[in-house]
Design a protein. Structure first.
Lengths: 554, 322
């Protein structure tokens, strides 16, 4: 399985890495300004937080194995799912897909030597570890226990004042880090493309990061504002959101979801980009409908800003507002559908290399579609009124964020690991990882749809005994999912240390990152990078056959 | 594209559509429907599920077919045929979802109107009348009438025009129901069958959500803001009331029962409650305080276990059945 053609198309022969400083593990623990080091710092740090978030999830599922509240105290249970959600969103998916893949790939894909603002980049990364430690340390004195949504008045009246305040502080720090990163991506993509590379010559990952960064810049400051006001209500006794002082708790929900719905797109758009990169390489075909995919990212970004109140259909929102947000929400399905169908068309008629990167990418499409379809159902106001705050929602967003984002992150790691480390991951353990994850994930989250429809609310540690048997299935699935992480973890560690050496272009990819050494040198290329082909010009020798095919069907 | 290929695609699509239609009608995912609105809801849900199932099956079929048919054979290092786009195909997969979601929007809009105020909202908002759904509502009504005739409850129909108002208050971690015009306050909700009920919701401390899965209805109760829901129960029985918005440590335990009674039973229950209330107010103090203190001891032990503070207890109405 390892025969590879190491010829990078059009690349000159590279100098051996004599001039570049020897790669040093200490570099990864330093305030490095190299975008590749920062990207890997992001990925490793966030994966560490992912393991913590996963451990919390295991405790949650263990508690839910029985209908009674018997494993942990109810207050602690609320703390567990609050910190689980917060860690997975703010310390894993958001920084991994933007900071991790964005930092590593954007300069390499557009032929730049580094990001536009290297020092800002490093600052943005180094805000994450302290915020994460701060958040998780709150288990020593009572963590925030009001859900990752922290709705007032509950979050103001909570007994865990310190934990809630620490939670607010870490969200503000992480949000700031995210904003700094977004500025950097935006400027880098717009201003630092190599000569000759127009916007529509960019790989699609760059387009997805462009729309993501726009979303972050518009939406995140609103979250910071909401957090600061909430902090005042909590600590200074003001009444922005506290009804006993004349405040309005629903205003908080508007501010919160104005960020937190776009946050879903921040977590999924870069992954759409990752999938658009992986499919052409591993199916040996050009991406289908480049411009449609690029524009659909922008449309999703715009629509994503005007759908937030669909999280508030039961909050006493005025009727006309519910109708407006319903229509906007349903329309998001159109650009998303364009992407999915374009990916399927990319696979169609290809030469699929069914190895870990493509398996995870196809698993992504398969699972994300489930989350997307349940999302359309939830977009309908009457349907949502029954299903809001039930396990159906839990199932829906895990299909989007785990079946979607996390599968996509894994696909990206399998795809770019050789470039990042210069070592190949073990393919056998990669497949084991995929199948365990796929089975465990579906076993855990598919039955949750039924739980929600039948009447089980979310965020409860005790529930009606009629749901006991389905919950046992979910718990078994969750444990399988937890176990599935270990093959990956050991594969990554052992391969990094003593894996088979990777060539510069093990997958025969055409995007620019494959034209440099694995791992790339500090300045990315000896001499200037050369743009010889488009990012997806696979199978050009058969171009005449494509023309023949196109005629009768069009 | 040759004829046999078109034929097999057509057969595959029809199979998928048949399977989706069958699954949409026979999914059995929802609990029993006990209100007229719930029947409309189920029709909407089943239609959406049919569409979702069809798209799901199409996507998964293409994925699995591709994995088998287009997998790279050993030794084949060539590329696929470079097809960049297909205008017709792209128009189809943009237009079809657009039409579908607009249809879903209009249908949902109508159902929502009925759930809100008993008639399609499109009429009240100066939008073109959308009539396709009235059939559904009539069917729902007919269903209810049948059931009522069966149980000989025709008396209820006369008063069905004006909704019966009941006040609902959510607090950590209980529901309290007050029946306007009486002094009755209870921890379980009784409603007569076949009559439109309007619940006026409020919250004492934090946000809760009133949810009856069998009615497919949910509404947040928000401190400092009045909210309400309306429904017409059409099936006798006992249904759970679930708090659906995280409200603190014992959120999972915040449940109550809803009883749909025949109008006679409902009246009898009201009278009984009123008598109980009068007797507990006027009967000799010794007996009632004795009972009360007994109850309070029981309650104190129980609530301590549940983490409810004595202050919360004091604010509870006196006649809460223990």
């Amino acid at each position: 399985m390892t025969q590879v053609i190491a010829q990078a198309p059009g690349a000159e022969s590279f100098e051996p890495d004599q001039n570049s400083p020897k790669s040093n593990w200490r570099e990864y623990f330093s305030f490095s300004l190299d975008h590749k080091v920062i990207g890997i710092q992001y990925l490793v740090t966030t994966f560490f937080f992912y393991l913590i978030g996963g451990a919390l999830a295991s405790v949650i599922r263990a508690e839910l194995a029985t209908p009674d509240s018997d494993l942990v105290a109810p207050e602690l249970y609320n703390g567990l799912f609050t910190i689980h959600g917060t860690v997975m969103i703010f310390l894993w998916i958001v920084p991994a897909v933007t900071g991790g893949f964005g930092n590593y790939l954007i300069p390499l894909m557009i032929g730049a030597r580094d990001m536009a603002f290297p020092k800002l980049n490093a600052i943005a990364f180094w805000m994450i570890p302290p915020a994460g430690v701060l958040l998780i340390s709150s288990f020593f004195y009572g963590p925030s226990s009001t859900g990752w949504t922290a709705y007032p008045p509950l979050s103001i009246l909570t007994d865990q004042h310190v934990g809630q305040a620490v939670w607010i502080a870490s969200i503000i720090i992480l949000g700031t880090s995210s904003i700094l990163g977004a500025v950097n991506f935006l400027v880098t993509i717009l201003a630092m493309r190599m000569p000759g590379m127009g916007m529509f010559d960019m790989p699609l990952f760059c387009w997805s990061m462009l729309s993501t960064s726009g979303l972050v810049l518009i939406a995140t400051p609103v979250l910071a504002g909401a957090m600061i006001l909430l902090g005042f209500d909590l600590l200074a006794g003001t009444a922005f959101f506290n009804p006993t002082g004349g405040g309005n708790p629903v205003v908080y929900q508007h501010l919160f979801w104005f960020y937190s719905h776009p946050a879903v797109y921040v977590m999924i758009l870069p992954v759409f980009g990752i999938i658009s990169e992986i499919l052409p390489v591993h199916s040996r075909k050009p991406i289908f409908g480049y411009k449609a995919i690029a524009y659909s990212s922008i449309i999703i970004c715009v629509l994503g800003l005007v759908v937030w109140a669909h999280h508030m259909f039961t909050s006493g929102t005025p009727n006309w507002l519910r109708i407006f947000f319903m229509i906007a929400t349903l329309l998001v399905a159109v650009p998303t559908g364009i992407k999915v169908f374009s990916w399927l068309a990319t696979l169609w008629g290809g030469k699929l290399r069914l190895e870990s990167p493509l398996l995870f990418a196809m698993g992504f499409i398969s699972m994300f579609v489930v989350g997307g379809l349940s999302g359309v159902m939830l977009g309908s106001v009457p349907v949502d009124i029954h299903l809001h705050d039930t396990y159906f929602i839990v199932a829906h967003f895990h299909y989007v964020l785990f079946g979607g984002s996390v599968f996509g992150i894994y696909a990206g790691i399998y795809h770019w690991f050789p470039k990042m480390t210069g070592k190949m991951l073990n393919e056998f353990w990669g497949k084991v990882h995929f199948f365990l994850t796929f089975v465990g994930f579906n076993l855990c989250f598919l039955p949750m749809h039924l739980l929600g429809l039948q009447g089980m609310p979310r965020r409860v540690s005790q529930y009606d005994p009629q749901f006991a048997s389905i919950n046992v299935i979910c718990t078994i699935g969750a444990f399988l999912l937890a176990i599935s992480t270990f093959p990956f973890l050991f594969n990554a560690i052992f391969s990094w240390i003593k894996g088979e050496k990777a060539t510069d272009n093990p997958w025969n990819g055409l995007t620019l990152e494959w034209t440099t050494s694995s791992p790339p040198i500090v300045e990315n290329w000896h001499g200037d990078p050369v743009l010889t082909t488009g990012p997806y010009d696979y199978g050009m020798e058969y171009a005449h056959e494509a023309d023949l095919l196109a005629e009768p069907s069009a | 594209m040759n004829k046999s290929r078109i034929f097999s695609i057509a057969v595959g699509l029809s199979l998928i559509i048949i399977a989706s239609l069958w699954y949409g009608q026979n999914n059995g995912l929802l609990p029993e429907a006990a209100a007229t609105e719930a029947i409309l809801y189920d029709n909407l849900f089943n239609s959406l599920l049919t569409i979702a199932a069809a798209i799901f099956l199409i996507v998964q079929t293409i994925l699995i077919y591709s994995m088998i048919k287009f997998r790279r054979r050993a030794g084949d290092d060539t590329d696929g045929i470079p097809i960049h786009d297909n205008f017709l195909l792209e128009i189809i997969w943009t237009a079809v979802p657009t039409v579908l979601v607009i249809w879903v929007g209009i249908y949902s809009f109508d159902v929502y109107g009925v759930m809100q105020n008993g008639r399609p909202m499109s009429m009240g908002m100066g939008m073109p009348a959308m009539t396709h759904n009235h059939l559904g509502m009539e069917a729902a009504h007919a269903d209810m009438m049948n059931q009522m005739e069966n149980s000989e409850l025709n008396t209820a129909v006369a008063s069905a025009s004006e909704p019966l108002n009941i006040d609902v208050q959510g607090m950590q971690f209980a529901w309290i129901f007050s029946y306007p015009g009486t002094e009755i306050q209870t921890a379980e909700l009784h409603v007569p069958i076949g009559r439109e009920i309007k619940l006026n919701l409020s919250a004492l401390d934090v946000i809760h959500a009133f949810w009856v899965p069998q009615f497919r209805l949910k509404q947040d109760t928000i401190p400092g803001m009045a909210t309400s829901i309306q429904f017409t129960p059409n099936k006798l029985g006992e249904y759970p009331i679930v708090c659906a918005e995280l409200c603190g440590s014992y959120h999972g335990g915040m449940r109550a029962q809803l009883f749909v009674d025949t109008p006679e039973d409902y009246e009898a229950w009201l009278v009984q409650e009123q008598e109980d209330l009068a007797s507990s107010n006027s009967k000799n103090a010794i007996a009632s305080t004795e009972i009360l203190s007994q109850h309070q001891q029981l309650l104190a032990a129980q609530t301590q276990k549940m983490g409810i503070s004595p202050e919360t207890l004091k604010s509870l109405p006196r006649t809460m059945p223990n």
